[in-house]
Design a protein around this ligand. Structure first.
Ligand SMILES: Nc1ncnc2c1ncn2[C@@H]1O[C@H](COP(=O)(O)OP(=O)(O)OP(=O)(O)O)[C@@H](O)[C@H]1O
Ligand SMILES: [Mg+2]
Length: 217
C-alpha cells in the first residue's frame, strides 16, 4: 500500500482533529507504516507538535509534518504520498473552502465527533462536503465519557445523518491531551494504557476503511 491520503475534517472547532491526526499517525508508525502529516490549519497546532517532536530527537519515532495553507495542502500531500504509505491531512475548523480540495484529494475522510447532540448536528456540513466530493466518510467518536447514557442515542443520531460510524472510539482521557506537551502521543507516552489501546483500535479500523475505500476506487 502506498500513497494513500486521509483527510481529518470536521467544521466544528475543538472536535479532536489534531488529536486524531497525531494519534492515527503514531499508531500506524508503530505498525511499521511510513506516515507523513500535512498541517492545513493556519493555527499550526500540528506543526508546533511536530517541531517539539523533532526537538526531542530520538525519543519518539520521526514523523514528518509539513504545514501548507488550504489550497496548497493537497499538492503537498500528493508529493509526500510518493514516499509514504499514508499521508494524513489535519484541516482547520470552519474552513469549507480550504477543506474542499483536501477532501477531494483524500481516499477517506475521518470525521471526529464528540457524542453530544450539538456536536452531531454540527457534523452535517462536513458530511455534506464529503458526499458532494464523492468521498467516503467515517465518523469516529471522540471524548466519549464513561457510562454516558447519551452514547447510544448519539450513535443512532449520527447514523440517522446517513454517516458510517466506527465501532472504535477515543474516551475522554488526560493522556491524549498531555502527550502533546512532549511532542508525542498516548501511544508512545503511555503504552499499554487504555488510551493507547483505543488509539490503536481506531487506527486499525480507519486503515480497514481506507483499504475498503481503495478497493471501491
Ligand atoms: N479524547 C480526548 N480526551 C481528552 N482531551 C481531548 C481529547 N480529544 C481532544 N482533547 C483536547 O481537546 C482540545 C481540542 O482538541 P483538538 O485540538 O485535537 O481539536 P481540533 O478539532 O483539532 O480543534 P481545532 O478545530 O481548533 O483545530 C485539545 O485541548 C485536546 O487536547
Ligand atoms: Mg486542530
Amino acid at each position: 500500500m502506498t500513497g494513500i491520503i486521509v483527510a481529518i475534517a470536521q467544521q466544528k472547532g475543538g472536535a479532536g482533529k489534531t488529536t486524531f491526526t497525531a494519534h492515527l499517525a503514531a499508531a500506524w508508525v508503530r505498525a511499521r507504516h511510513r506516515v507523513a502529516l500535512v498541517d492545513a490549519d493556519p493555527q499550526g497546532s500540528l506543526t508546533a507538535w511536530g517541531a517539539l517532536r523533532a526537538a526531542e530527537s530520538g525519543r519518539w519515532p520521526a514523523i514528518p509534518v509539513e504545514s501548507a495553507s488550504g489550497w496548497r495542502a493537497d499538492t503537498v500531500a500528493g508529493r509526500l504520498a510518493a514516499a509514504h504509505d499514508l499521508v494524513l491531512i489535519d484541516t482547520p475548523p470552519h474552513g469549507e473552502i480550504d477543506t474542499r480540495s483536501v477532501v477531494r484529494a483524500a481516499t477517506l475522510v475521518v470525521v471526529p465527533v464528540q457524542p453530544t447532540p450539538l456536536d452531531v448536528w454540527a457534523t452535517r456540513p462536513t458530511l455534506t462536503l464529503a458526499a458532494a466530493e464523492g468521498r467516503p466518510a467515517l465518523v469516529v467518536f471522540n471524548r466519549v465519557p464513561p457510562r454516558a447514557t447519551l452514547n447510544a442515542a448519539m450513535r443512532e443520531a449520527i447514523q440517522a445523518e446517513g454517516a458510517r460510524l466506527a465501532t472504535a472510539s477515543l474516551g475522554s482521557r488526560v493522556a491524549f491531551a498531555a502527550a502533546f506537551g512532549e511532542g508525542a502521543t498516548a501511544v508512545e507516552t503511555a503504552p499499554g494504557s487504555r488510551a493507547a489501546a483505543e488509539a490503536i483500535a481506531v487506527a486499525k479500523e480507519v486503515l480497514a476503511a481506507v483499504r475498503a475505500a481503495q478497493r471501491k476506487g
